[in-house]
Design a protein around this ligand. Structure first.
Ligand code: URA
Length: 227
């Protein structure tokens, strides 16, 4: 880990910029390969993430692992982070002032990791990083070139795995959108235009990932090293 990455990690781990710091068990900065080509950005830690210090360790995390395996990847190949680094009470939606207080941590992470592809999971990450108001139902699967954290990246919005858990049509769409990731990464490596969008039908989206109450029987995941 570089000195800059170490400094950033310490800054995140000690953050008290918003009142969420008072209720947390620990900060959840993110985990995975700090030099990853692909960064996934979710919403916020939930109950289990707050306890374990690792993002996506519940059922949504299992689906994320399954989707990654479907394109030949594991958590160790990518970096996974969230918009908020601390758990909102009762897993409520992040508030605008919390996002504002926390967003520079995410932009700094993007600057340090320097991923080629940033996959946003759900509405909060998508709206924050695209800077646009369009919701995930409209923009999922449509990549967008932008500069984030001082880096040129391809933003690739995806449905949130927790939202897809209980909606089979959304899960199919998420799988289909995931299936384009290897082609997008290859095109980025080669400096070629992104491969064309496939034809598809649209599922009905729910605005918010499934609640923690619906997420039970949590599996354990090894911590891949905090960023
Ligand atoms: N777990 C996370 O770390 N982030 C989410 O957005 C949902 C579950």
């Amino acid at each position: 880990m570089t000195a800059l990455a170490r400094f950033h990690r310490d800054e995140v781990l000690n953050c008290t910029r918003c009142p969420l710091s008072e209720g947390r068990t620990q900060v959840v900065p993110g985990s995975g390969d700090p030099d990853a080509e692909i960064l996934f950005v979710g919403e916020a830690p939930g109950y289990h993430e707050d306890k374990q210090g690792v993002p996506f360790v519940g059922q949504a995390g299992s689906l994320l692992d399954e989707l990654l395996a479907g394109i030949g990847l594991t958590r160790a190949d990518v970096f996974v982070a969230n918009v908020l680094k601390c758990r909102p009470p009762s897993n409520r939606d992040p508030r605008p002032e919390e996002i504002e207080a926390c967003e520079s941590h995410l932009f700094r992470q993007i600057g340090i990791i320097s991923p080629a592809l940033v996959c946003t999971l759900g509405n909060f990450a998508t709206k924050l990083l695209s800077g646009r108001p369009e919701g995930i139902t409209r923009v999922h699967g449509h990549e967008l070139s932008l500069t984030l954290g001082g880096r040129e990246v391809l933003l690739y919005p995806l449905f949130h795995p927790a939202a897809a858990l209980y909606t089979p049509a959304m899960k199919d769409t998420l799988r289909a959108d995931f299936a384009r990731i290897p082609g997008l990464v290859s095109a980025l490596r080669e400096g070629a235009p992104a491969p064309p969008l496939p034809e598809r039908s649209e599922p009905t989206a729910t605005a918010k990932p499934a609640s923690e109450a619906a997420v039970q029987a949590e599996p354990e995941h090894d911590q891949l090293g905090l960023f």
